[in-house]
Design a protein around this ligand. Structure first.
Ligand code: NAP
Ligand code: ZN
Ligand code: ZN
Length: 350
């Protein structure tokens, strides 16, 4: 077994704190990684606080992981010691169902294994995430990180990046597309950067007046304060695709009305409570669709990382120490993050 230190939740209500545990030994197909940086996703908070259902404790969250390879198993061909690599939200899947064969392992019919909160096939133990000094992952779920990018800024690409990339690609966003991004947090700011790089016209919808200038700096062509009914009304019937990244229940009827003919509202935010349902005619009158999307497959995650390498795209981050995680969670709940907290894991070793 390989000793590791993690930042773990010990119950749903208390603070996270350091916890010593063991990683499985490196198997034939495994890659061992010394974690350098791990992003803090709002899903980490939903999960450890039990908002998405009961979990087992201690639980180390974290699925935006970047580090260097320290050992590889005998059958590993794609990675060697010293490589800069990433791990996202999944560490395994069944490999045989239709979704796995199509390369969309996140939709595995037999259930993919989450980087944390899942069950490790090799040991039967709960998986533990990336707020930790080391991780051991099957080679098929390890990503190559472009060496030209700042590794701390790359970490959030492993969830916030791919979660916005996947629907932008699925709905074929490109020059001429009119895209709306609702909520300018971790996911939202990556959605803006990626949609702009794909050539789309991008409008940000935010509840925070303090983020208007930032949204423009990130490349948005227009910014609307979503609490202002006048601004919302003026934007009706204009958008092809909206990515809704809001983490709490809110009025999606007003968002549906922003879509033009055949437009799609894609829910990404995992509000623990349902949104009030839009009225039938909101859909009927313009053949609008309401959809959802879950992270992204391994192949498309690699495509996204390579695209970011070519275009010099990383997340805007606030680098924090291991001791700052609980404060970061409280600030995230107040929408006070520009635009992703990333833990410097070497401060956990100290
Ligand atoms: P985040 O950084 O906290 O950003 C969420 C943003 O939503 C906030 O910055 C805020 O933006 C807006 N917001 C928050 N509360 C709101 C409210 N009550 N009404 C309206 N707007 C509100 O969170 P994140 O890490 O980007 O994650 C966003 C959500 O996506 C979470 O629920 C997370 O679990 C989920 N998620 C889903 C997937 C997936 O695969 N679908 C993957 C990762 C995360 P403004 O200040 O601009 O209004
Ligand atoms: Zn996430
Ligand atoms: Zn499968």
């Amino acid at each position: 077994m390989i000793p590791a230190i993690g930042i773990a939740a010990h119950d749903a209500a208390g603070p996270l704190s350091p916890w010593s545990f063991e990683r499985r030994d490196v198997g034939t197909h495994d890659v061992q990684i010394a974690v350098q940086y791990c992003g803090i996703c709002h899903s980490d908070l939903h999960t450890v606080r039990g908002e998405w259902g009961p979990i087992s404790y201690p639980q180390v969250p974290g699925h935006e992981v970047v580090g260097r390879v320290t050992a590889v198993g005998g059958s590993v061909s794609g990675f060697k010691v010293g490589d800069l690599v990433g791990v996202g939200c999944m560490v395994d899947s069944c490999r045989v169902c239709d979704s796995c064969k199509e390369g969309v392992e996140q939709y595995c019919d037999n259930g993919m294994t989450g980087t944390y909160g899942g069950t490790e096939k090799e040991t039967g133990r709960p998986t533990q995430g990336g707020y930790s000094t080391a991780i051991v992952v099957n080679q098929d779920f390890v990503l190559r990180v472009p060496e030209n990018l700042d590794p701390a800024g790359v970490a959030p690409l492993l969830c916030a990046g791919i979660t916005t990339w996947s629907p932008l690609r699925h709905w074929k966003v490109g020059p001429g597309s009119r895209v709306g991004i609702v909520g300018l947090g971790g996911l939202g700011h990556m959605g803006v950067k990626l949609a702009v790089a794909m050539g789309a016209h991008v409008t940000v919808f935010t509840t925070s007046e303090s983020k208007v200038e930032d949204a423009k700096r990130l490349g948005a062509h227009a910014v609307i304060i979503s609490k202002d009914p006048k601004q919302m009304k003026a934007a009706r019937n204009t958008l092809d695709l909206i990515l809704d990244t809001v983490s709490a229940p809110h009025d999606i009827e007003a968002e549906m009305a922003l879509l033009r003919l055949d437009g799609v509202l894609c829910l990404l935010g995992g509000s623990p409570q349902p949104h009030p349902s839009p009225a039938p005619f909101t859909f009927i009158l313009k053949r609008r669709s309401l959809a959802g999307s879950l992270i992204g497959g391994i192949r498309e995650t690699q495509e996204m990382l390579d695209f970011c390498g070519q275009h010099g795209i990383t997340s805007d981050i606030e680098l924090i120490t291991a001791g700052d995680v609980n404060t970061a969670y409280e600030r995230m709940l107040k929408s006070d993050v520009k635009y992703r907290f990333v833990i410097d894991i070497k401060t956990l070793n100290a």
